[in-house]
Design a binder for this molecule. Structure first.
Ligand code: DSN
Length: 414
């Protein structure tokens, strides 16, 4: 991409951006929460809509001059409703954690009990980690995966829910590779009169692309970030039943946020428009096919995949148990050869979060670049070879050259 003004006015930052462009082009992005947006999304993000202040909501703003901004925000809302079949949508959350904070504020009082998947088993900081607002302000009752099969144990969720009677049941994850039983979560919540809140940040694109079941028909509230499999700008939205919309809106503004980022909300509208196109279904189907092939290719090379495989775009790999290399070491070695991944705790990990037993891999970004199943075999080969040669600098250099040659054949949208 060209940045003619930056190049002249701020060459230092221009060089930094160009270096990041090169890194993205010449390497393989396997961080499960990342993706590459389209040039149209980038253009909306770089538009003059960033110049506006528009506290409030369409038709009810605290500043003048918002006629055009209202149109952009309404477009984003209408497209999100159509995409997910939601009754009401708030498109203003700046990111996933503030979106989730707004949901807590709308549905609960401080001190209320919430049932959420434990972070070290695939949950998220905002689902109740002790250092996060969620764990500090609310009483979090964690549920865990079944040790034998590393799956959410819905009977255990039900037993805990009946015993603890939480005010809200939270279903969602940042590192779980299997389908969610949304309907069963709702049935459990109904037995105790609890609210249902789904965080679909990781799989929103796969739901929008009609590849995975949606919680929207069952749940009270559903949040998602917009930049992962959904392939939009960094940000989030909150979908809800109409009855919860006033409380959600109040919690987002003035509860947590001030002026919305109108350029980002416009870019969300662009991304939702893209996801409404039929080809987005093919894209999301390909993400899953690629993830399943990558998991299989790694398993064939002796890596243990948590729960034995994946139903979505991501997988957790027990590199310590499989190859005696820690997640931290694996992240470092793979970065040396141009592959970005993140270290990750595996269920019932005996190691620590900053040097855990696992790594997390996702295929949304590589699929955006046009990769198919056969390419996943090559990616698995690179990963395996790098970890096997972690102390062999010459071989790592050789692999880095191969990764670069392979990567540049798959253009990054820009
Ligand atoms: N940081 C995101 C992820 O990697 O899953 C979640 O917030």
């Amino acid at each position: 991409m060209e940045y003619p003004h930056l190049k002249i006015q701020d060459p230092k930052l221009y060089e930094i951006i160009k270096a990041e462009e090169a890194r993205q082009k010449e390497g393989l992005e396997l961080i499960a929460s990342e993706n590459y947006v389209s040039p149209a999304v980038l253009e909306a993000m770089g538009s003059v809509l960033t110049n506006k202040y528009s506290e409030g909501y369409p038709g009810k703003r605290y500043y003048g001059g918002n006629r055009v901004i209202d149109e952009a925000e309404n477009l984003a809302i209408e497209r999100a409703k159509e995409l997910f079949g939601a009754e009401a949508v708030n498109v203003q959350p700046l990111s996933g954690s503030p979106a989730n904070m707004a949901v807590y504020m709308a549905l609960l009082n401080p001190g209320d009990k919430v049932l959420g998947l434990s972070l070290d088993q695939g949950g998220h900081l905002s689902h109740g980690h002790p250092l996060n607002f969620s764990g500090k302000l609310y009483q979090i009752i964690p549920y865990f995966l079944k040790k034998e099969n590393e799956l959410i144990d819905m009977d255990e969720v039900e037993a805990i829910a009946l015993r603890e009677k939480p005010k809200m049941i939270l279903a969602g994850f940042s590192a779980y590779s299997r389908n969610m039983d949304w309907k069963r979560f709702k049935e459990i919540a109904d037995k105790i009169g609890a609210h249902t809140f789904a965080d679909i940040a990781h799989i929103a694109g796969l739901i929008a692309g009609k590849q995975l079941e949606s919680p929207v028909p069952y749940f009270d509230v559903v949040s998602t970030t917009t930049h992962k499999t959904l392939r939009g700008p960094r940000g989030a939205i909150i979908m809800s039943r109409e009855q919860f919309a006033p409380a959600i809106n109040k919690a987002v503004f003035p509860g947590i946020q001030g002026g919305p980022h109108d350029h980002i909300n416009a870019a969300k509208a662009v991304a939702f428009g893209e996801a409404l196109r039929p080809e987005f279904r093919d894209y999301s189907a390909q993400i899953i096919k690629n993830a399943q092939r990558l998991a299989q290719a790694l398993a064939n090379r002796g890596f243990r995949i948590i729960s034995g495989g994946t139903d979505n775009h991501l997988m957790l790999v027990d590199v310590f148990g499989s190859k005696n290399i820690t997640g931290k070491e694996a992240e470092h070695v793979l970065e040396e050869i141009g592959i970005s991944i993140n270290k990750n705790m595996i269920p019932y990990d005996t190691r620590k979060p900053l040097d855990p037993s696992g790594i997390r891999l996702g295929t949304a970004a590589l699929t955006t670049r046009g990769m198919k199943e056969a390419h996943m075999d090559t990616v698995a080969e690179f990963i395996d070879a790098a970890l096997a040669n972690k102390d062999n600098a010459a071989e790592l250099e050789n692999l880095a050259r191969k990764v670069k040659r392979f990567s540049v054949d798959f253009p990054v949208p820009a």
